[in-house]
Ligand binder design. Structure first.
Ligand SMILES: [Cu+2]
Length: 676
């Protein structure tokens, strides 16, 4: 009964609180006849008309925005960005935003801006699409927690396609529910979290880890970077079940060591390339890449061959696009030279297309280039890669498949020491910010660096800006890092509380592991240093990834002596030590469509919900990793509706982990949903 009561308190109806919006129904007009405390905004091409209409929901005035011919940009009706019109807010609080609307276009979104006490007004977040409707509809959407240093917000409706949107009767209420309990009794772990080294070993020398939609983990080794195993044709992989602690060895048809991998829309795993040959003893050739490709079925736990790619791609990228196709770049061909062929796996045809059917720029992106899908369907090459220098020029670029163009992106620091750095799209994906952390260079073997860079891909001309320095760690001999010393082989894991856990790494090529872990907060752009460190070194050929229970698992380490560390570690973040986890008690329908509203029930109040894409990681590279906010509509009946983005480029089709999070930042265990 207690939890039901708490839930009902959390689900206060929209009319219960003070309406923080000035002139919410547009009834007060200024001398020009425009509603007081409202302003026009927008950019791009096209034509827009703002007008008053008497077809109001309440009172005698509503506002209409009619847009034609927009191909770039949008038009907005927002609360005026000043102290008397933009509602005051409290950091960490959340607000329910409500409005009535009619629309002839689905190309709309409720947009919020925030006033930073030092940096001024800036974009905050896009919250919810307003589906087309001929009759007035009401919508309520809950904001994320207000970021620090924010004193006011302004919000309203955006139209970015041809049509007319009419809105009226805006409401805004503080919905913050104080959470009691959650006192942590775990000592230092309350702030640092804790590591456990599991009492059993990884049965395979895996440098590839893929989280499957049944919660199990595919650990691929192939020959495991062991030339003897390669010569013997001994290839391995295993499936680990975190629920039972059991490993199942999987028959592995070829050497998937140094392949690429990504989950397809149906949850099966596409694997491309791998090792055709190790370097010849006589120096006549280097590593050679396979052209072969397989699909792993998580249910049958088998590999099935598909058609070959046009080239071999030893160390390829693999990015799922918004339409479910997969694009692959880079790596080494069957003759050991670099591949300049862009490869496209058609999801509709379930095969790799001939190179003549794929737009080609014939550009070399290097090894495991981090190619991250942007919300407009272009690919951002972040500059993270493996082995040696970055690409010529600025070392980062935007690739437009449709236009077949590559545009350099400026600002990446130390682009030639980004070998085995790690890049992630920061939470939430709606903000389109990418961070690159650390990196070194195995050929020059300089000290790995502390540099990080941040980029806002929503900017008209995106450019990297320097981010905070990586915290420094401790070497195996107990010495502390000094000066500019940082890490390569970095692992960055998106956590369900919206932070990024950064762990593992080393100072030099296959030696000098660094024991350091920190938490990066995208809302403040700061690292919290001093998180508990994995007792096992995690440098070359290691991987760390989020489990559906909210913990982080780490495997692998392959130092220069050729050994492989078979210990498996699991990190319990501090959030699991601060009181009971909220629980998702039901998901009305696990099949989710874009632009839909999905009903779930929870056993206690929550403040945030999101989708996190399961990991497919190797060599500090998981360019598909993303965290997609699900703006909440809290129903009076004790359930919540989750508003799913209408843009498949923000959340490419496939299985996702659905997490809900309470006001203490404690996440639920994930439920799996299938977004198509
Ligand atoms: Cu490798």
């Amino acid at each position: 009964m207690f939890s039901l009561l708490a839930l009902m308190l959390a689900a206060r109806p929209a009319w219960a609180g003070t309406n923080l919006v000035a002139n919410p129904g547009f009834e007060q007009l200024d001398s020009t006849g425009f509603p007081v405390c409202w302003e026009k905004s927008g950019w791009g091409n096209g034509t827009v008309a703002y007008s008053r209409t008497t077809a109001a929901h309440g009172g005698s005035t509503a506002m209409s925005i009619t847009v034609t011919g927009v191909t770039t940009g949008d038009d907005k009706l927002l609360m005026t960005e000043n102290a008397s019109c933009a509602p005051a807010v409290t950091p960490k609080h959340q607000y329910d935003l409500g409005l009535w609307y009619k629309s002839t276009t689905p190309n709309t979104v409720v947009t919020a801006f925030r006033h930073d006490t030092t940096a001024g007004w800036q974009y905050w977040t896009d919250l919810e699409t307003l589906p087309a409707t001929a009759a007035y509809q009401h919508t309520t959407v809950r904001t994320p927690a207000v970021p620090p240093n924010t004193d006011r917000i302004s919000w309203g409706a955006t139209v970015y396609g041809t049509g007319t949107l009419v809105t009226d009767d805006y409401t805004m209420q503080d919905t913050t529910v104080p959470v009691t309990g959650g006192t942590c009794t775990a000592g230092a772990a309350c702030t640092t979290g804790s590591w456990q080294v599991l009492p059993f070993l990884n049965p395979v020398r895996s440098m590839h880890a893929i989280v499957l939609h049944n919660g199990k983990v595919l650990l691929m080794a192939g020959s495991g970077n062991d030339p003897m195993a390669f010569a013997a044709g001994t290839f391995s992989s295993a499936v680990y079940d975190p629920a039972s602690g059991k490993f199942t060895q999987i028959a592995t048809p070829t050497d998937m060591f140094c392949s690429g991998h990504v989950q397809l829309p149906d949850g099966r795993v596409l694997i491309m390339s791998g090792t055709k040959a190790y370097p010849a003893a006589d120096g006549s050739h280097g590593y050679e890449g396979l052209t072969s490709s397989y699909i792993f079925d998580p249910v049958a736990q088998t590999y099935t061959r598909v058609n070959d790619m046009n080239d071999g791609h030893w160390y390829p990228s693999a990015t799922e696009m918004g339409d479910g196709d997969v694009m692959t770049f880079g790596g080494l061909k069957a003759d050991s030279s670099g591949s300049v062929t862009a490869e496209l796996f058609s999801n509709a045809q379930q095969k790799w297309l001939a190179s003549s059917q794929v737009n080609q720029t014939w550009s070399y992106f290097g090894l495991y280039p981090a190619m991250i899908l942007m919300q407009d369907g272009r690919l951002f090459y972040s500059g993270s890669h493996v082995f040696g220098n970055g690409t010529p020029g600025t070392g980062a670029s935007i690739y437009n498949y449709q236009a077949n163009t590559i545009t350099p992106v400026p600002g990446l620091q130390s682009k030639d020491t980004r070998d085995q750095s790690m890049s992630v799209m920061l939470p939430p994906a709606q903000d389109q910010r990418v961070m690159v952390m650390g990196g070194g260079n195995i050929y020059t073997n300089v000290d790995a660096g502390r540099q990080t860079d941040l980029i806002d891909l929503k900017a008209a001309s995106p450019a990297y800006q320097p981010g905070p320095l990586l915290p420094q760690g401790t070497m195996s001999n107990g010495a502390k890092e000094t000066g500019a010393q940082g890490k390569m082989y970095v692992s960055s894991v998106l956590l369900p509380d919206g932070k990024v856990f950064e762990t593992g790494g080393g100072l030099h090529n296959r030696t000098d592991p660094v024991f350091e872990a920190s938490m990066f907060d995208p809302t403040t752009n700061t690292f919290t240093p001093g998180m508990a460190t994995d007792p096992i070194p995690r440098s070359y050929h290691s991987a760390s990834f989020l489990l559906p229970d909210g913990r982080v698992m780490s495997v692998g380490d392959n130092p220069g002596d050729g050994s492989f560390n078979m210990h498996v570690s699991v990190y319990t973040p501090p959030y699991l030590l601060h009181g009971a986890q909220p629980k998702i008690t039901s998901v009305a329908n696990p099949m989710w469509s874009y632009g839909s509203s999905q009903k779930v029930t929870v056993d206690s109040p929550i403040v945030r919900a999101e989708l996190i894409r399961p990991a497919a990681v190797t060599h500090s590279s998981d360019p598909n990793q993303r965290f997609v906010d699900l703006p909440l509509t809290v129903n009076s009946g004790g359930s919540v509706n989750l508003n799913v983005t209408s843009n498949p480029n923000l959340a490419p089709p496939g299985y996702y982990m659905l997490f809900v999070v309470n006001a203490n930042g404690v996440p639920s265990v994930a439920q799996w949903v299938h977004l198509m």
